[in-house]
Design a protein around this ligand. Sequence first.
Ligand SMILES: Nc1ncnc2c1ncn2[C@@H]1O[C@H](COP(=O)(O)OP(=O)(O)OP(=O)(O)O)[C@@H](O)[C@H]1O
Length: 813
Amino acid sequence: MAAAAPKRRMGLEKIGLYDVGRAIGKGNFATVRIARHRIAKTKVAVKSIDVSKLDKENLIKLEREVKIVSMIDHPHIVKCYEIMRVDNMLYIVSEYCSTGELYATLMGKGRVTEDVARKWFTETAAAVSYLHNKGIVHRDLKTENILLGKDSKIKLIDFGFSNFQTPDQLLNTWCGSPPYAAPELLLGNSYDGMKADIWSMGVLLYILVTGGFPFGSESVNDLKRSVLSGVVKIPYWVSVECADFIRKMLVLNPTKRMTIQNVLAHRWMHIRNDVKKQVQNLEPSIRPTPSKLNPTIMMFMQQHGKWTEEQIIDAVVGRNFESPIFATYELLADKVKIGSLEGTGEEYPRRGSRGSILSGRANVDEQPLTPTISAHQLAQLNLSSPDCDSDDSSNSDLCDESPLSSLEPNHKQFTLPRGLDVMGNRFENRRHTLCASEQLLSPNLIGQFPPPNLLLNNFAMNPLGFPPMPEGQAAEFPFPSLHPALGAFPTTDLSKMLPVPKSERRASAGETLLPTNFDLQQHLANLSANPVSFPTVEEEGRSYLAKYGGKRNTVHCLGNQIGGGVQNPIPRYQRTPYTKAPPAERRSSWASPSLSQQQQSHLEKIFKDALQTNNDISRLHKEFKNLSHGCAQSQITNEGSSLACPQISITDEYNRQHNIAPSASSFDPVSIFQKNAQEVVFGQRPATAIGFSSTSFSGMSTPEQTTRSMEDRVRSIVCTLPFAEVVEELKSSLNILKIPFAETQEMVYEPQVTEMRRLSLPSGVEIGVAVLPPEHKSHVEFAIINNDSPTSEILCDQLICRLRMIDPNWSSE
Ligand SMILES: Nc1ncnc2c1ncn2[C@@H]1O[C@H](COP(=O)(O)OP(=O)(O)OP(=O)(O)O)[C@@H](O)[C@H]1O
């Protein structure tokens, strides 16, 4: 059928039976605009593609998309109404989702509760299950392709990369968005599209419950390294069931990964009864069958569309998507359906017994549709429906003053959280789907990977060999981010990415310890404004004299006298995780020396020498340290502490655990990857591989561009100085900066780790020091695990600088 040629009138373009208004989204090749059907008066989304700009391959993909969207019908997949071809343009008309992308919602909300996540994820899984049962793979599941319709119902969109796949078939075309891409795609192997969809769903659920991405994505190489390491770090606030679920979807080996049936059967999906009920209610809508067309709609269409009864029957029965008659009938039928369901609490009509959400097939006999013309329905067809999502008799919000400005984020649709709108050019940064048809890595590379259970055993599930934490204890764990069963650290930089609702933030252990009147944030902010300057030699010397030479009490993780005698405002008993323990058990004493008169004099002499000579601060420091080291033995006896230690290594744990040097030929996914890195060309085809910095007008930068991976938030340094000296130096620096900390000692790395110390700062910085084989040097790791302030980074930098200063032989990890 040939639709009417587009004409512009009163700011609205007329395409077929639609008044087309402003743009609401833009993809690689398509622009999506809001439109209104002139007879049904229903708002729709019109995706327009200039086919003259597509190469042969993309034309094939487009035709495949058209075919797929016109054969699917599911409550959680955006419904296609019409396909129009006008000159060089192809238009796909579909139901309009006013709430916009799930991505934009997450940008505004941050992570969501597990109940909300469960609802959205269940609906997405229902849609994916429907597709997989039809032998269709989506291949581009991501938050930008999940829209929220009326009542926050999930609607899956964008079948541009979808394809048909038979059970034993493997696909080769590289499709999708890198942060959601399964490892087999990253490796350029043939892949099972259904398993690739499950991986993307794992990433999706991770995003929903954490507000961040599971794998680092500063660059494609980072991403690959992170994915292929097999480590999925899940923040402490995620429930045990949910963490287990995510890990089972993010299994490296696709043959061991969950299927969509496993996904729907996972216990996390069935935790709440109402979700079960909801799943049962997710019945695909049923389109009219030949003999049961709605007479009300037929009459209305004959009056308003001037079509004959035969024409209507032909188009509707034949499901002719290229006919305006079919689209008009469907739009009106949906309008009647929505109107008739108003107030019933049901969105989709039930006809007889329920169909199966899992199969997507209605295992029911249809009941006849309205046999007589209903005046009520006729009135509904004439009026604007109460469904504000798609229906509005006014054209006001279709229009836009400037066609270009219409591509700016729609205020109604995209609400940026404060602070995020300044993060660069959102349109420039928005990440796109990639697609390449060549293989990107040498085939069979994935074969070099060990079986996934080995990966799981050694990396993902339990990277440090902790005993499993009993279920249900996560919430009470004092340092939950270090909960062994949940991975070492959260991967989310909440300050840079999706804000976590304040009400949902659990205080870190440190936060619970701090008295409210001590404004550490303010202090850190001041540090940020006036970068930390370490004391002069004189100040330093005086502080050491005060520290080691003066008469001092045993301290509890924080010197009672700090920074040369400044009284710390925090009462001593409030500075550690053991506040509730009886005072006798609150013992630490990392520095409780008593110097002899002779030593005291010696200290003063060194100090004077240093002042008179060349102010060699490192020499001064070393001398003090050597002296103090001999008399300040650690007496930490925190055996009762339930604190775990920070993760010392994040990339080579397997080798560490097996006492193998990183260069050994043992399995090391990162080095395997690095060896092959030269062969990897990500997104080779310029025409389709848009890459990480392509442009879009539909929204903001994607979350992954405004966050950093956990690896960026962990800094490390290897010192050649003795362990005790390093620890002492860190504590001393913190004291000078008047930053309180809790100190613990855990020997969880046995037998390789001989000494281990952790300093926990209330601002969410964890500092771990451990002596590690093979060289038995002091490895220091700084992790920012729970922080909204960039000053933590400055602090870590300063401490690292300090260690470098006193240890000229330092190296990076
Ligand atoms: N039915 C709809 N209702 C509301 N907004 C929509 C609808 N369909 C698409 N959009 C918006 O338009 C954007 C682009 O649409 P779509 O993803 O279908 O285009 P695309 O060219 O295939 O994109 P990509 O290049 O990312 O694959 C979406 O991300 C969404 O914001």
